[in-house]
Design a protein around this ligand. Structure first.
Ligand code: ADP
Ligand code: MG
Length: 416
C-alpha cells in the first residue's frame, strides 16, 4: 500500500512558479453575497498560506451547495474569494470553468505567490458525475494536486477523485492530515465507544450505520435520521421530515443491532408541533400525533443519550437531534452538546451544522476534535476508506519522484 504524500513533501521539492491545484471545501453558508460562517475557509488557510509563501501559483477550487450542474447566481463562490483574500491578506482572483477557456487563461496569467479561486465546481454537470472530460480539463490547470477538502473526501467527483488520475504529483493538505490524525483514534476507540448520529442527509448517513453498529458499543439515533427507524418499527411519524426511502438499509441496521453487542438507542419521546416557526411552543409526546411534526428528541431520549455519553471511553457525534435553529426545538441537541463537551473520554464532533450548534452554546473547545467533515467524518469513523484519500494513495507518478521529503509517511487511510 502506498503512503499518502504530505504537503511537507510537496514543499520539499521546488514549487516556485508551479501551478498547484488545491481542492478545498468552501461549502459554507452564503446568503445575499454574505458568508455567514467561514469556519471552513479558515480551516483551509494553513495549506494555502504555505503554498502562497512558497511562491506556488495556487489554483483553489470547491463546490458550494447543490446547484446540480446549472449556474445558480446565489451559489457563486465569488463572496468566498473575497473573504479568503481578507484572511490571506492577498487578493484572490476568480475564474469560471464554463465552456470557454477563462479558467485556463486566468491560471496562465498567475505568477508565483498569487492565488485564484475557481467558480463553484458544481455549476459543471461533470463534477458530480465524475466526468472524465471535466477531470481532464481540471487536471490541465495543474502541475500538482493537493487534496485539502476533507469534508468532500467521501465524494467520488471530478475534482476529488477523477482528476487525480491525470496528475501524478498529488499530496494531502494540512487540513486533511490533521483530520486524519484526530479521527484515526476512533479506528481503535477507547471503550465503550458511543456514537450519536442525527441531522438530515439521511441517504448519505443511513448506510454507514451498518458499519457503526458493528464497531460501536452504543449507537444513538436522533434528528430526521431517526424517523425511518420509527417507521420500520411500525410507528407513525405523521408530518415529520422523511427525506429518502432508506427502509431496506434500516431493516439491515436493526437486524444487525439485534445480533451484535451494540445497543441501539432510538427516540422514545419527541418534541412535536403542528407547524414550524410559528407561535406554537413544541410539546413533549411519547408518540408523534397525527398532523404533527417531530422537531426534536424528547427529554427522556436526551437523558438516555447523555447517560451513554457520560459513561463513554470515546464518543463520535454527528448531526443535530432536532431543528436546533428554531426556538423551542434545540433542547435535545443542547443536552447532547453539553454531555459531549464535558465527556472525560476522547470526543469527536463532526459536521458543519453540528459544529455550529456547539459554537452557539460556546462549547466548541470541549471536544478533543471538531471535524470540518460531516458525512466524510462519519464514513471515516465507520471504517470506510474515503474515495478521495484512496485515489491519493495510488501511485501514478514516475518511480522515485514521490520519495523526496523528510516527513513521516502518514498512517492515514490505512483502511481497516
Ligand atoms: P451536519 O452538517 O452536522 O452533518 P446535517 O446537515 O446532516 O448535519 O443536519 C443538520 C440539519 O438537520 C439542521 O439544519 C437541522 O435543522 C436538521 N434537523 C435535525 N433534526 C431535524 C428534524 N427532526 N426535522 C427536520 N430537520 C431536522
Ligand atoms: Mg449540514
Amino acid at each position: 500500500m502506498e503512503a499518502v504524500g504530505t504537503l511537507d513533501e510537496l514543499l520539499g521539492r521546488p514549487v516556485r512558479g508551479k501551478r498547484v491545484f488545491v481542492r478545498a471545501d468552501f461549502n459554507v453558508p452564503v446568503r445575499g453575497g454574505i458568508v455567514f460562517d467561514d469556519t471552513r475557509i479558515r480551516a483551509s488557510l494553513p495549506t494555502l498560506r504555505r503554498l502562497v509563501e512558497a511562491g506556488a501559483r495556487v489554483i483553489v477550487a470547491s463546490h458550494l451547495d447543490r446547484p446540480e450542474g446549472r449556474v445558480v447566481a446565489d451559489l457563486s463562490l465569488e463572496p468566498v474569494a473575497e473573504r479568503l483574500g481578507e484572511w490571506l491578506g492577498v487578493p484572490v482572483g476568480f475564474a469560471r470553468m464554463g465552456a470557454g477557456d477563462e479558467a485556463r487563461v486566468c491560471t496562465e496569467k498567475l505568477v508565483g505567490g498569487e492565488i485564484l479561486l475557481l467558480e463553484n465546481l458544481r455549476f459543471e454537470p461533470g463534477e458530480a458525475a465524475n466526468d472524465a472530460g471535466l477531470a481532464q480539463r481540471l487536471a490541465d490547470l495543474a502541475d500538482a494536486y493537493v487534496l485539502d477538502a476533507f469534508a468532500s473526501a467521501h465524494r467520488e467527483h471530478a475534482s476529488t477523485v477523477g482528476m487525480q488520475a491525470f496528475v501524478s504529483d498529488r499530496v494531502m493538505g494540512d487540513l486533511v492530515a490533521w483530520e486524519i490524525r484526530k479521527l484515526e483514534v476512533l479506528l481503535d476507540p477507547p471503550r465503550p465507544f458511543v456514537c450519536v448520529i442525527g441531522g438530515v442527509k439521511v441517504a448519505d448517513k443511513a448506510h454507514l450505520l451498518e458499519a457503526l453498529v458493528r464497531r460501536a458499543d452504543v449507537v444513538g439515533i436522533g434528528g430526521a435520521l431517526a424517523y425511518p427507524f420509527l417507521q420500520a418499527r411500525g410507528k407513525s411519524v405523521a408530518n415529520s421530515l422523511v427525506e429518502d426511502d432508506v427502509s431496506e438499509t434500516v431493516e439491515r441496521v436493526l437486524a444487525l443491532a439485534e445480533r451484535s453487542q451494540c445497543r441501539l438507542l432510538l427516540p422514545d419521546d419527541h418534541r412535536v408541533a403542528r407547524e414550524l416557526g410559528g407561535e406554537e411552543v413544541p410539546h413533549v409526546e411519547a408518540e408523534i400525533p397525527a398532523e404533527h411534526i417531530a422537531v426534536d428528541i424528547g427529554p427522556g431520549t436526551a437523558a438516555a443519550l447523555v447517560d451513554a455519553v457520560d459513561a463513554a471511553g470515546s464518543v463520535f457525534w454527528n448531526g443535530p437531534m432536532g431543528i436546533f435553529e428554531l426556538a423551542g426545538c434545540s433542547e435535545g441537541t443542547r443536552e447532547v452538546a453539553l454531555a459531549v463537551a464535558r465527556c472525560s473520554g476522547y470526543s469527536v464532533v463532526g459536521g458543519a451544522d453540528t459544529a455550529r450548534a456547539l459554537r452557539e452554546w460556546g462549547l466548541e473547545d470541549g471536544p478533543a476534535h471538531v471535524s470540518t467533515g460531516g458525512a466524510a467524518a462519519l464514513e471515516f469513523v465507520a471504517g470506510g476508506e474515503l474515495p478521495a484519500l484512496r485515489a491519493l494513495r495510488k501511485d501514478l507518478s514516475p518511480p522515485g519522484s514521490r520519495s523526496a521529503g523528510t516527513s513521516k509517511p502518514a498512517r492515514s487511510a490505512s483502511g481497516s
